[in-house]
Write a protein that binds this ligand. Structure first.
Ligand code: 13P
Length: 245
């Protein structure tokens, strides 16, 4: 089970120090993996604060080249260098606001894996596709076009755009259907069993239901991960779930 916190462009140095104090007081389980994706500028800072804990850190994006004249970009090599284990690639906010297309996402993922990072590759349909009944087809196309050939030790995150930050989540049947679909496609592409996370308005109230869905191997949490108490409650729900197996 995997619980990931995507802080996006939130939390400054002072808030991260406060957050880390709650982490220090918490007893983590070796059954549930926790990974935090802070703003790039604080990855190193957070990593040092949690060095004694079983928590991984990761980047929210990386470039498709290792170095070069790319002002404002970050190399996957640099993320690895400062202790990142994971990197999120193809988040819908980057696809939409930074015009990253499937091909970019494929190149960035490929480069990250070549730099020995594990990728969380995000896919998700808009409300238009969902309403037209084209969500499954859309995700299939997105996966086929954005998964690199070297995809390994990595995960897929299914994050429907219309669910991110809105408080609306798909029905449990819709999540199950989509995760099953993704599991089949990604197995077909990679010949491997790849873990699939759900993301979009995950919170303390819905986490248990979401984790009970077949083929949901964890969650990628935005807003609710900004409060240590909520993040740790979500983590605890995952620990309880693993004891039910
Ligand atoms: P919210 O949990 O705030 O909906 O964000 C989800 C997300 O985008 C995680 O990457």
């Amino acid at each position: 089970m995997f619980i990931a916190a995507n802080w996006k462009m939130n939390l400054d140095k002072k808030s991260i120090l406060e957050f880390s104090k709650h982490l220090q007081e918490f007893k983590f389980s070796n059954k549930v993996k926790a990974c935090i994706f802070p703003p790039m500028t604080y990855i190193d800072y957070l990593n040092n604060l949690v060095a004694n804990l079983p928590i991984s850190v990761g980047g929210q994006n990386c470039h498709f080249n290792f170095s070069g004249a790319y002002t404002g970009e970050v190399s996957p090599i640099f993320l690895k260098d400062i202790g990142c284990e994971y990197v999120i690639v193809g988040h819908s906010e980057r696809r939409t606001l930074n015009n990253e297309n499937d091909y970019d996402v494929m190149l960035r993922s490929q480069s990250a894996i070549n730099a020995n990072l594990k990728v969380i590759l995000c896919v998700g349909e808009s409300l238009v596709e969902r309403k037209k009944g084209e969500a499954l087809n859309f995700i299939e196309k997105q996966l086929l076009a954005s998964t690199p050939k070297n995809f390994e030790n990595s995960l897929i995150a299914y994050e429907p755009l219309w669910s991110i930050g809105t408080g609306n989540i798909p029905s449990m049947t819709e999540i199950q259907e989509m995760h099953e679909h993704i599991a089949q496609i990604i197995n077909h592409i990679t010949n491997k069993k790849i873990k699939i996370l759900y993301g979009g308005s995950v919170n303390v109230d819905n986490i248990t239901d979401i984790l009970n869905i077949k083929n949901v191997d964890g969650v990628l949490v935005g807003g609710a991960s900004l409060k240590a108490k909520d993040f740790l409650a979500i983590y605890t729900a995952a620990v309880k779930k693993t004891y039910n197996f």
